[in-house]
Design a protein around this ligand. Structure first.
Ligand SMILES: [Zn+2]
Length: 319
């Protein structure tokens, strides 16, 4: 991003937040010529709600980065394949899946995404990256669905699915992969008791994007995210947690767990400010569907520490 454009985003954003009470992005206000430049490497939020309970308002955690028609999917919450269809991202373009951690709101449709992409015509290699036991999860998934897979190979002339999928388990941070579009780096984040849990950074020619995954405030994330154009950070609206847990019988344990392993919107803003992020995107919102928590309340919470543009994540929003 040039200095002129950066200051344009900044000044537009300031004006926006002074005069509007809804979530807007600096990028949304840019002239078309600059907008096309800024969206060359596309980021689409597929699912922005935190937690495994299916909701009307938002799908579970998933994002896709699209570059040169190649789809890099980060997390596979329930509904990810259909969300990609809604986003007009062809499933046949799926090449890489990055799993941040093995909580069901991030991996429930990991196998389904690969399987349904293949059933939609995918016939090229897919690499998947994430913590153990990704390898055995993948094997067992294919085993569980062998009847359909074998039937479609024999009956519909499809290529065998299993040889297309290459699983890369990892337990440490560092460079994950690099191709002609992006360099991907991971770091360990702090999401007890789920170990390991990762954040991923995508450096493309035109922009850098960091996906925090789930974490409580964590120095590793600050280091990974330093200077990035976009940080998609999981966020908790602390005053809403009591109302959220009141709906379930295991309220005390669930509340303690939520508060111990996630980051508040205020602290997401603090992380974005400390890491010198240009645009902060709040996602994996907890609570995900409390009508009493408005976009402005999320923004105000993150604004406590972060001075740049803040976007409240919405399913299918392109950033
Ligand atoms: Zn989690």
């Amino acid at each position: 991003m040039t200095r002129d454009r950066a200051s344009l985003v900044k000044s537009l954003s300031r004006r926006t937040f002074l005069t509007r009470s809804i979530a807007l992005t600096g990028a949304a206000l840019l002239p078309a010529s600059l907008l096309s430049e800024s969206t060359k490497t596309r980021l689409i939020l597929l699912g922005t709600g935190g937690g495994p309970r299916p909701r009307k308002a938002s799908s579970a955690s998933a994002q896709v980065i699209v570059s040169n028609k190649i789809a890099y999917v980060i997390d596979c919450g329930n509904g990810v394949a259909r969300q990609l269809a809604f986003a007009n991202v062809p499933l046949t373009g799926l090449r890489h899946i990055f799993v941040t951690h093995h909580h069901s709101d991030h991996n429930a449709d990991y196998g389904n995404l690969i399987w349904l992409a293949w059933a939609s015509g995918l016939s090229t290699r897919v690499d998947t990256w994430g913590p153990p036991p990704l390898e055995s999860m993948t094997k067992l998934f294919f085993q569980m669905n062998a009847f359909d897979i074998d039937t479609r190979i024999k009956n519909e002339g499809r290529v065998p699915l299993e040889p297309l999928v290459h699983v890369h388990e990892r337990s440490e941070g560092g460079q994950v992969m690099q191709d002609e579009n992006v360099r991907v780096t991971a770091t360990l984040v702090d999401h007890p008791p789920v170990v390991p849990a990762f954040a991923y950074r995508f450096d493309a020619a035109d922009r850098s994007i960091v996906i925090s995954g789930d974490t409580r405030p964590c120095d590793n994330l600050l280091k990974l995210a330093r200077g990035a154009d976009v940080l998609v950070h999981s966020a908790l609206y602390v005053p809403g947690v009591d109302r959220l847990v009141a709906r379930v019988p295991n309220a005390p344990a669930l509340k303690a767990s939520i508060l111990a392993h996630l980051t508040s919107a205020e602290d997401a803003g603090r992380a974005a400010q400390a890491a010198g992020i240009k645009t902060l995107v709040l996602s994996h919102l907890v609570p995900a569907d409390d009508p009493e928590i408005t976009d402005q309340m999320w923004i105000d919470a993150a604004r406590t520490y972060f001075r740049g543009p803040i976007i409240v994540g919405k399913d299918l929003l392109e950033i």
